[in-house]
Every structure is written in C-alpha cells, then in structure tokens.
Design a protein around this ligand. Structure first.
Ligand code: SAM
Length: 217
C-alpha cells in the first residue's frame, strides 16, 4: 500500500475537489490545510482521512464530508471577532476548523463518549478557544447567547425556534432541514431589524438531529 503522504493528500483534496466545487475563500482553504482530519477519525481509517466523503466515528455517527464542512464554513463568512455556536460536535473536526477562524466556538453534543473524545482531541492539539458542552443542542445554548454565527451539523425536521432566537441581528446560520434521508442545506440570514431571510445551498444528507426541537429518538 502506498505511504500516507498528508501534504499531498490535503492539496489533492483542495485542488481537485474543493476549489472546482466552488470553495474559493482562502481563509477556509487555509483552515482545511491546517487542521489534521486524520486526528479526528479512528486510526484504522487514517489512509482515507482526505477522501471527500463522510467517515464513521462510532456511536452510529459520522464526521462530515470535507466539501460540506468547507461549504457550511464558507457560507457563514466567519470573522476573527465572531462567537460561534455549533450543534453536533461529533469528532470535533468542524469545531477545529471554526476555531481557526473565529474568536470563540461553543459546541454542543448529546452523546457523552463522543464529546469526551472530541474534548481530549481538541485540547491535546492546543485549541483553547473551543468550549464543549453536553446537552440537547436543539435548545441552543442560552447561557452564552446571542451568537454571530450558528452551524447545525445534524439534520433537523424544522429550524429550531431557540436557535433563531439566539442568533444575533446581522448573524448567519446554516442548518440541514428535511426528512430523515435527504435535506436541503439552508442558509439563514438575520437582518439588523431582526427579519429572517432563507436561501438554499443545495441538497445534503446528514444524520438526524435528535432532541426536543428535533427528531424523536
Ligand atoms: N460536526 C461533526 C464533526 O465535525 O465531526 C459531525 C457531526 S455528526 C454528522 C452529527 C452529530 O450531531 C452527532 O455526533 C450527533 O450525536 C449530534 N447530535 C444529534 N442530535 C443532537 C442534539 N440534539 N444536540 C447535540 N448534538 C446532537
């Protein structure tokens, strides 16, 4: 089997997959280049770390496809002053990408084993601006609201009302909305006057968002 060459793999992903698919924001591409996806997946899958597809991370959950991570991050246009809320920590990879771009990232996960692993992983790699919280993210994280940006990385049947409330005026949110098998990746923009504008970034397929304002288990 050919040796795993991390630099070559990540450049291939960026040049052959992400850029042709419309990921052009240099800050996003730089974050993808910097964060080591192989550190967020089971060691047995390391050789596939830079394939453009989701991978299993245990507990029936997945680390998202790199293109989807990049697309959602690009759509949020994250600034280095932003306070970001992520729902669905999973492996912690998306949180690491966000942490490269934002001032602070709050991330909520409902499965304790995943949260513990993500915390160990992120802290051992030096991410000090990520706060990990166990709980039902469909209710948001009111303690630290409002947020400049919100990203939901599991599929919702509808947009949870608490997340809309916890988004700042002038803020953006990305969230997959649809049924259990196929969803629309929705971009929400909240104007300065509080009005909500909704647009679509295309089709996607995520694991379900389970909770009070999501799917029942
Ligand atoms: N962002 C993750 C990453 O970078 O690895 C991938 C997220 S995975 C596709 C979806 C995650 O959402 C799972 O870990 C799942 O347990 C979590 N999840 C589902 N419902 C949730 C809820 N109500 N609150 C918090 N996390 C939830």
């Amino acid at each position: 089997m050919p040796e795993f060459n991390r630099d070559r793999e990540v450049e291939y992903l960026i040049e052959r997959e992400l850029k042709p698919a419309g990921i052009t924001d240099e800050r996003v591409l730089e974050a993808i280049r910097k964060v080591r996806r192989e550190n967020f997946i089971p060691p047995s899958l390391r050789d596939r770390a830079y394939g453009n597809y989701p991978l299993p991370i245990g507990e029936n959950q997945t680390i998202s496809q790199p293109y989807i991570v990049a697309l959602m991050t690009q759509a949020l246009n994250i600034k280095d002053t932003d306070k970001v809320l992520e729902i669905g920590t999973g492996s912690g990879y998306q949180a690491a990408i966000l942490a490269e771009l934002a001032r602070i990232v709050y991330t909520v996960e409902r499965i304790p084993t995943l949260l513990d692993r993500a915390r160990t992983n992120l802290y051992s790699q030096g991410y000090k601006n990520v706060i990990l919280v166990l709980g039902d993210g469909t209710k948001g994280l009111p303690e630290y609201a409002p947020y400049d940006k919100i990203i939901v990385t599991a599929a919702a049947p509808k947009i949870p009302e608490p997340l809309l409330e916890q988004l700042k005026n002038g803020g953006k949110m990305v969230i997959p909305v649809g049924d259990r098998y196929v969803q629309d990746l929705v971009l929400i923009e909240k104007a300065q006057n509080g009005r909500i504008y909704r647009s679509s970034l295309g089709g996607c397929r995520f694991v379900p968002l389970i909770g009070e304002e999501g799917w029942k288990e």
